[in-house]
Structures are given as C-alpha cells and as structure tokens.
Design a protein around this ligand. Structure first.
Ligand code: 8YV
Length: 314
C-alpha cells in the first residue's frame, strides 16, 4: 500500500475511504513531527492537504519520493505550489464541485448584511422586540455589487445577484473577454462604485492585504464588505478599524486571518455577520470534494493524469 502524509484536518468519511487503499501518517497531530518524518519520510509518495493547511517548501523538499499533493479545497494558497511544481510534484485541488455552495453563501451574506438578518434575530431572541421596533435595513435591488475576482465562484455569485436585481461590476487581473458586467481598471475604482464589495479572488502572496484601509474608505460609510474567499486578502486590523470608526457600514465574513481565531472586536459588532469558514460545508459538496481527492489519487497511482491538477504557477 502507498504511504500518504496527512497535513490537514479531513472529514472522517474521507479518512475512512483513504484508509482502505493507503497507509496514512498523521503529521498534523504528530507528537513528534520530526521523529515521524525520519521514520516514514522516504516512504511518503503523497500529501493530503487542505485549504488552510498545506505543506511548505521545506516539507516538500524533505520528502524525496513525493509525487503528488492533493488538496481537499479549491484554494491552494496553503500549499507551496511553486516549490512542488519546481520538483515535478503534482498538485491537485477541488474546483467546480464547491462553486454552487460557496456562491450560495456569498449571496446569503449579501442579503443578510443588507437586511440586517443577524441583528434582527438577536433582537427578537433577546426580547428587545417587546420594547421597540427593529431598525430598517437596505434593499439590494438596483444596488451596485463589486466583485473582486470574477473566477468560477465570482461568476456564480454574479448570476445569482442578477436575479436579485443587483448591478454587477468587477475587477480582475485576468482578461475576461466580452461580458455584460462592467469591468473597473482598479480595485479602488471598483470599491468607489460599489454598495457591496465581494471578495472572491484567490488567496496567497499576490493578493495579501489587497483590501486595505484606502479600499475600505473608497467603499465608504454605506458600503458592505463580504468575504468568502480568504482572510489574507483583507487587511484585518484595517477592517476592524474601519468598522469601529463607521467608515464602512458592515461586513459579512466566512474567513479570517488566523482561523479559528476571530478578533473579539468583530465578535462584539452588531453589523458584522460571522461564520466559521462554512462556505463549502454541505454534506453534498464535501462528499463531492472527497470523491475528487480520491479520484485524483487513484488516477495518479494507476499511472493516469490527475483529474483536476493545479495549473503551472510560474
Ligand atoms: C474548505 C476552502 O473549507 O476550498 C477551499 O479553498 O477553503 C474550503 O472549501 C477547506 O479547504 C477545507 O479544507
């Protein structure tokens, strides 16, 4: 049986399926990771990674017989893909299968934050309704949605948002061809034109802190920031400050800088929707992601091309 190194937390049903065909070595929870590596390192042919935990160049380069890294995620920013590909190690991810659920959460966030659903629920549960009326929300029809990163997920949100009557604008570094959506030449200009700014671009060094103080100021005191991509894309202290100073109206966040830690300041704010990185967390999507991990490994170890490889990064 083939030896695989586990560096991320994976669902039990995927671990069970993997254990039928592979020997798993748990690097993530190892009491002594160094000892584990010196014992099994030369036998490792594959790494199991995730969206927030993946191997760095050091680990990749220590495993001399490593052939494949398969990530239980569409985002591959936690894995040093450049280091892997430089050594001819294949990296796979799970695109497409989670697009619908992630886009559904983004659309839910747009509605929840504009209509103040989180606040309204707390208002009722805490008995405040018995004493006063809940304040008004904001309609989304006719408003400007700015999408940072019009990839698979950004497009899927755009399609949903159109049905709700939002106007779609975007900023992307890749050429997009002919679209009915309006393209902006910079993120600042997109934010200036947006009532709601949605972050759906890739994480990693190229997009770190892209949504910074000036971008939040461009979004303005009536603007809402929605992030279902990666915490690293938003300058989190700058976001907290902008919210505290009412320089933006609110935020809806599924991702954070140092998950599972979420700043107390955000937790205390009524106008912020917070969820624990659940965008792809449905039974159906997690099964489909798991199947893709298994199929990629099976294809590779039976001498075939992987199904969903990460394209060359350099
Ligand atoms: C997962 C994700 O929650 O696909 C991604 O990039 O961030 C999420 O789908 C995560 O990767 C689970 O490991």
């Amino acid at each position: 049986m083939t030896d695989l190194l586990l560096v991320a937390q994976l669902p039990p049903f995927l671990l069970e399926a993997l254990e039928k065909d592979y020997i798993l070595h748990d690097f993530l929870n190892a009491a002594d990771p160094e000892k584990l590596l010196s014992e099994v390192g030369p036998r490792i042919r594959g790494i199991l990674a995730g969206g927030t935990k993946g191997p760095n160049a050091n680990l990749i380069n220590r495993l001399e017989n490593l052939e494949i890294i398969t990530s239980f995620s569409v985002g591959f920013d936690a894995t040093d893909v450049v280091a892997a590909q430089a050594r001819g190690v294949i990296v796979t991810h799970t695109p497409e299968v989670l697009t619908g659920d992630v886009a559904d959460l983004a659309m839910t966030f747009i509605l929840m934050s504009s209509r103040r659903i989180g606040e309204s629920e707390r208002f009722l549960r805490e008995g405040t309704w018995l004493k006063q009326r809940m304040g008004l929300g904001t309609t989304i029809r006719g408003k400007q949605l700015g999408i940072l990163g019009l990839g698979r997920i950004g497009m899927a949100v755009a399609r949903r948002a159109e049905v709700f009557g939002l106007n779609i604008n975007f900023y992307d570094t890749k050429p997009m061809g002919d679209l009915t959506y309006r393209s902006y030449p910079s993120l600042i200009e997109l934010a200036t034109a947006s009532d709601i700014l949605l972050v759906t671009c890739e994480g990693g060094d190229a997009t770190r802190d892209l949504v910074n103080g000036p971008v939040l100021d461009a979004l303005g005191p009536k603007g809402i920031l929605v992030n279902t991509a990666r915490g690293s894309i938003v300058d989190q202290p700058a976001l907290v400050k902008a919210l505290q100073e009412n320089r933006i109206a609110g935020a809806a966040l599924d991702v954070f800088n140092a998950e599972p830690n979420v700043p107390e300041e955000l937790i205390a704010m009524e106008n912020v929707i917070l969820t624990p990185h659940i965008a792809s967390s449905t039974h159906e999507t997690r099964r489909a992601m798991a199947d893709l991990v298994l199929d990629n490994l099976k294809a590779h170890f039976s001498g075939k091309a992987p199904i969903t490889p990460v394209p060359p990064q350099v």
